[in-house]
Design a protein around this ligand. Structure first.
Ligand code: GAR
Length: 203
C-alpha cells in the first residue's frame, strides 16, 4: 500500500508506556506498509508526561493541552477535538489518559475511540483497580481493551488478559505484572482494528 492514510492519535497523561509499545509495534510490524497507518500525534493533558519525550524522539508530533486552563469539561474537550482532528485520525487511542470525557467527545469519535483499563471489566471500573482487586481477595486480575462509550469504562470488550494475584502482592507489584500484559494486548488490538479498517475500505 502506498501513502499513509490512516492516522492514529494517542492520548496520554503519564509515562506513556502503552503508547510506546504501540509505536514500537507499528515500526516492527510495518504498519505503514501493511495498513498505510502511522502514529501521527501524541497529545497529553499534562506537560510533564514522560511519554511526550519518547514520542518527540520518535519524530511524532506532540501537543499539550492543560485541562486546568479551561473553564469546564466541555471547553477542554472542544479544544482537544480540534487538536485531534488536525490529524484526521482513523483511530483515537486512550493510553493512560486520565480524564473523563464528555458525551459529545465520545459521540464525535464513535467507532474510532478505544481505551485500556487496568482490570477485567466489567469488574472494577474507575480508579485504584489493583488495590480493590487485592482487597476483595481476587485470585486473578487483568486488563481490558474496550471501545469507549459515554459510560465510564463500559463499551464493547475488544481484548483482555489475565494475571494471577500472588500472595504478598501490593497494588504496585500487581500493576507492574498487569502492565506487561497491557503492552501485549493493546498493540495487538490496534493492529487488528487497522486490519479491519483496511479490509472494510477494500470492501
Ligand atoms: C495503564 O495501566 C492503564 O491501564 C491505566 O493507566 C496506566 C497508564 O500507563 N489507565 C487507566 O487507569 C485508565 N482509567 P502508561 O502511561 O505507562 O501507558
Amino acid at each position: 500500500m502506498s501513502g499513509v492514510n490512516k492516522n492514529i492519535v494517542i492520548l496520554i497523561s503519564g509515562s506513556g508506556s502503552n503508547m510506546a509499545a504501540i509505536v514500537k509495534t507499528a515500526q516492527k510490524h510495518h504498519w505503514r506498509e501493511q495498513f498505510g497507518a502511522r502514529v501521527a500525534a501524541v497529545i497529553s493533558n499534562k506537560a510533564q508526561a514522560k511519554g511526550l519525550e519518547f514520542a518527540h524522539e520518535q519524530g511524532i508530533a506532540t501537543a499539550v493541552l492543560d485541562h486546568k486552563a479551561f473553564a469546564n469539561r466541555e471547553a477542554f474537550d472542544a479544544e482537544l477535538m480540534t487538536a485531534i482532528d488536525r490529524h484526521a485520525p482513523a483511530l483515537v487511542v486512550l493510553a493512560g489518559f486520565m480524564r473523563i470525557l464528555t458525551p459529545g467527545f465520545v459521540q464525535h469519535y464513535a467507532g474510532r475511540l478505544i481505551n485500556i483499563h487496568p482490570s477485567l471489566l466489567p469488574a472494577f471500573t474507575g480508579l485504584n483497580t489493583h488495590q480493590r482487586a487485592i482487597d476483595m481477595g481476587c485470585k486473578f486480575a487483568g486488563v481490558t481493551v474496550h471501545r469507549v462509550t459515554a459510560e465510564l469504562d463500559h463499551g464493547d470488550i475488544l481484548d483482555q488478559a489475565v494475571v494471577p494475584v500472588l500472595p504478598g502482592d501490593t497494588a504496585q507489584t500487581l500493576a507492574a505484572r498487569a502492565l506487561t500484559q497491557e503492552h501485549i494486548i493493546y498493540p495487538r488490538t490496534v493492529e487488528r482494528l487497522l486490519g479491519e479498517i483496511a479490509s472494510s475500505i477494500k470492501g
